[in-house]
Design a binder for this molecule. Structure first.
Ligand code: MG
Length: 254
């Protein structure tokens, strides 16, 4: 595969496989989102994820990755990312739940995430979901030739900060393709350490803002995986895998 400054560039044929991988992730996320309701154990969604991977004849991308035990990352309320599905954790009215799902189709990775409301949620929680989704759309819209990687980070950061949200810095987006995590890293903020990378057609970028109603500081629980906000504030996570093309950004998980 061709590379530009260490970043894999996918050709049209490879992008077609990535589109299929990400479409399957989209279908799984949609199905889980429609199933969300109070009273369900979060393990229910792992079961949906596993069944749908069988149905589509794909492998779950996260299971076994670095030792992660499940197909699905699910994160409730103050959990940000990398949470374990559980038979004990039951959803309650007013919770929010994030699903991060990945699959491998014909050697290509799909990766996307959404946060859903459980029944009726507070106005502030609803705002967090709406704004995080908007930050993702703004970041994705900046993923085009002529722009720099920093423009994606800046677009997310500007909108998040304008609304006083915490930006989780510990976790970042990433290139995606024949590996789950390829170059480049895609922070949701700009700093002096931000990589200077002119965007090229063929790059596929998993852009994934993780925003909070409070701090940007993170604790990882004793399971070694589940990341939570240090102050217990709510966190939301939305992710698209976006292809940079001559015609502009193309969201693959739809
Ligand atoms: Mg990702």
């Amino acid at each position: 595969m061709k590379k530009y400054r260490g970043v894999f560039l996918k050709n049209d044929n490879e992008l077609a496989f990535m589109k299929q991988a990400n479409h399957i992730v989209f279908e799984i996320l949609q199905t889980m989102g429609e199933a969300v309701r109070p009273g369900l154990a979060t393990m229910h969604f792992e079961e949906i994820a596993q069944e749908m991977c069988k149905k589509y004849n794909v492998r779950p991308a996260f299971q076994g990755y670095g030792g992660f035990p499940y197909a699905l990352c699910c994160a409730v309320n103050e959990e940000i990312v990398h949470g374990f599905p559980s038979v004990k954790r039951k959803l309650k009215e007013g919770d929010i739940i994030s699903f991060d799902m990945g699959v491998i189709f014909e050697g290509f990775y799909g990766d996307a995430a959404r946060t859903y409301p459980v029944g009726q949620i507070s106005d502030r929680a609803a705002e967090l979901l709406k704004l995080t989704a908007e930050c993702l759309e703004l970041g994705a819209a900046a993923a085009k030739p002529g722009n720099n990687l920093k423009d994606i980070s800046a677009a997310v950061q500007r909108h998040a900060e304008a609304h006083g949200l915490g930006i989780v810095k510990r976790f970042v987006g990433h290139g995606v393709g024949v590996r789950l995590h390829e170059k480049p890293e895609i922070p949701n903020f700009v700093s002096s350490a931000s990589p200077d990378l002119p965007l090229q057609p063929g790059m596929v970028l998993a852009i994934e803002p993780m925003l909070t109603l409070g701090t940007d500081e993170v604790n990882v629980l004793e399971d070694g995986w589940t990341a939570v906000t240090r102050d217990g504030s709510l966190a939301a996570h939305f992710e698209h895998s976006v292809a940079v093309t001559t015609k502009g950004p193309v969201i693959l998980d739809n």
